[in-house]
Write a protein that binds this ligand. Structure first.
Ligand code: 13P
Ligand code: ZN
Length: 271
């Protein structure tokens, strides 16, 4: 059996959480990541018959029975993952009863998965129906995206349109736009269900006055989606109080989308 601390998926979680912390997006225990793993890659490092303990999830995840995820722990700080992955991360498998997680590794101090597990697993289920290669769900509190929530209408057409105007490549990176939820109580099945519903349509979902969710095939793709929104939100926040002299026009966005061959939300433009 190989040493789990050398596993590429553990290293990816360490690198990504450290990077997000460095960007100032994940203060204290803010943010959480879940990453679906292949059984074959995990069994090189872990005895899949050895369940350390079981933890109830509190919701049905029928479509994910037998699926394995590496997930950040609740209350754990992203800044600490790099030095102590075994305490701050866990590897869980959804049990046959579909409401229990079997712990295969991690949460060494008796901890458990993120309180946002409902939003994560429900989003995985929703995205897998649209894209069977989806593997990653990421939640974070990016500073400018969050700031923009306080000064911009929380309407998904208007919010997406403003972001598309802020950087030339935005419409190419997230042509499907950004879903927006109003402020809701976090850590609940309700916000999980609302997020998953949006994930049927969007790979990015803003949680009003809280943060953002992203979903993708790889850690890079998912991080890149959120990073691009955050960059656009930063430009918005740097310019929102100044007279707007220039902008990227809707006709130019169409030109971009057509040139790069992306299927964009036509109803999010004003032409
Ligand atoms: P957890 O510490 O439970 O992952 O919660 C952090 C968070 O960002 C809640 O939305
Ligand atoms: Zn949060």
């Amino acid at each position: 059996m190989k040493d789990i601390l050398t596993a590429p998926f553990v290293k990816e979680m360490q690198k990504t959480t450290a990077n997000m912390y460095r960007l100032g997006w994940d203060e204290r225990n803010g943010g959480n990541i879940s990453y679906m793993l292949e059984e074959d890659e995990v069994k090189e490092y872990l005895d899949l018959g050895n369940v350390i303990r079981t933890i109830p999830t509190g919701f049905d995840a029928t479509d994910l029975i037998g699926k394995i995820f590496i997930v950040t722990g609740t209350g754990k700080y992203f800044k600490n993952v790099v030095d102590d992955p075994e305490t701050n991360l866990g590897i869980i498998r959804i049990a046959e009863d579909d409401t229990t997680a079997e712990l295969l590794w991690g949460y060494k101090d008796g901890g458990r998965f993120t309180s946002e597990l409902p939003a994560h697993l429900m989003s995985h289920m929703a995205r897998l129906k649209v894209d069977k290669e989806n593997r990653v769900v990421m939640h974070t509190h990016p500073t400018h995206t969050l700031a923009m929530n306080y000064v911009h209408e929380l309407d998904e057409k208007k919010f997406t349109h403003t972001l598309w105007e802020m950087c030339t490549e935005c419409i190419v990176v997230f042509p499907d736009g950004v879903g927006v939820l109003p402020w809701m109580l976090c850590g609940t099945n309700e916000i999980g269900e609302a997020t998953a519903k949006k994930m049927e349509e969007f790979r990015l979902v803003v949680w009003g006055m809280h943060g953002i969710y992203g979903a993708g095939k790889t850690m890079d793709e998912t991080f890149g989606l959120i990073e691009t929104v955050e960059k656009a939100a930063e430009i918005y926040m740097l310019t929102a109080h100044l007279p707007r002299v220039n902008t990227i026009r809707d006709e130019e966005m169409v030109e971009l989308a057509e040139f790069f061959g992306v299927n964009y939300r036509k109803d999010f433009l004003n032409i």
